[in-house]
Design a protein around this ligand. Structure first.
Ligand code: ZN
Length: 317
């Protein structure tokens, strides 16, 4: 049987200032803003989607920027680190670049075979890594201010902290098509597809405090499913585990169900399509302020409620 889950779709984070968010992720890291919309469940808050050129699953990092939000706390029951994949030879380039923008980092450190990382945080304390490797065959994206041979290719991995790896691992391997592909000390790496962009690392760390949700916290991680049929089949398997998945939400660019995994992280299963070109062409992704049809009648109020933002890549070359 074909897999119902093929890897990571997107990761969504709670942020503070929207302009600083844009400056960091488009400017410093060079991700493409592929969609500027609102949180469909709280339309006075932006929803920014960043990714590769077209926002393919496995590259999509999204934010709900809410200026003045109280900071969260890292810990168990949360994704505390999100890794981006970059070429092995780019390590010098990125260390220089982070220094240039006064971003402190730890490393470089070798982890698994063929994998070296540096760790840093954004202005809200979001835990990030650049993972240098030669295994990733995806092209990167650049606005032109980062040389194409150094640009980010998408996610490398996401890191969940938990008391024990076992309950989350049982769900990933039993119902979500993942297998254990590597293990070192208390790090257990699972993947539905064994390639950068899809790794879920579970850190078994009973000593950590429990995470508190707030600014700088990951809200949820979405896994990719090919289509609405496979989504319903996946939902069926989750329901049998008494994890109470939600009904299917229309997120305009994909369809989604949500449930909480045993360690406490909110999981989503999102369809690969229809994707971000349903309301903007490839050349113009991220340029408009897009609202789903059911919010268009409130456009004027919504535009007044959000803070205007601008981005000029040349300031970040
Ligand atoms: Zn989501």
């Amino acid at each position: 049987m074909d897999k119902l889950i093929t890897g990571i779709h997107h990761i969504t984070v709670l942020a503070d200032d929207p302009q600083k968010n844009l400056d960091f992720y488009c400017g410093v890291l060079g991700l493409r803003l592929i969609k500027k919309t609102v949180n469909f469940d709280a339309p006075e808050v932006y929803h920014f989607y960043y990714g590769d050129e077209t926002g393919q699953p496995g590259t999509i990092l999204t934010f709900f920027p809410h200026k003045g939000i109280t900071r969260g706390r890292r810990g168990k029951g949360m994704i505390n680190t999100t890794g981006f994949s970059v070429p092995a030879e780019s390590i010098g380039y990125w260390m220089e670049r982070l220094k240039k923008f006064n971003i402190a980092f730890k490393g470089p450190v070798d982890r698994f075979e063929g994998e070296t990382f540096i760790y840093f945080e954004d202005q809200d304390g979001v835990g990030l890594e650049l993972v240098f490797n030669d295994a990733d065959t995806r092209p990167g994206f650049t606005y032109g201010h980062i040389p194409p041979e150094h640009s980010v290719k998408g996610f490398y991995h996401a890191e969940i902290w938990a008391d024990s790896e076992k309950p989350t691992a049982a769900l990933l391997t039993g119902q979500m098509d993942h297998v254990l592909i590597a293990q070192k000390d208390n790090r257990y790496r699972y993947a539905a597809t064994d390639a950068p962009g899809n790794y879920i690392d579970i850190i078994a760390d009973p000593q950590s405090p429990r995470a508190l949700k707030g600014g700088g916290s990951v809200d949820h991680i979405a896994f990719n499913t090919p289509n609405i049929e496979t989504q319903l089949q996946a939902k069926e398997k989750i329901t049998h585990q008494s994890l109470n998945p939600t009904h299917v939400y229309d997120r305009q660019y994909f369809k989604s169900i949500y449930f909480r995994e045993p360690a406490g992280v909110l999981f989503e299963i999102a369809t690969a399509g229809p994707g971000f070109q349903v309301d903007e062409s490839k050349e113009h992704l991220g340029e408009g302020f897009k609202l789903p049809s059911w919010y268009e009648q409130y456009r004027e109020q919504i535009e007044k409620a959000v803070i205007p933002i601008t981005f000029n890549p040349e300031q970040y070359s």
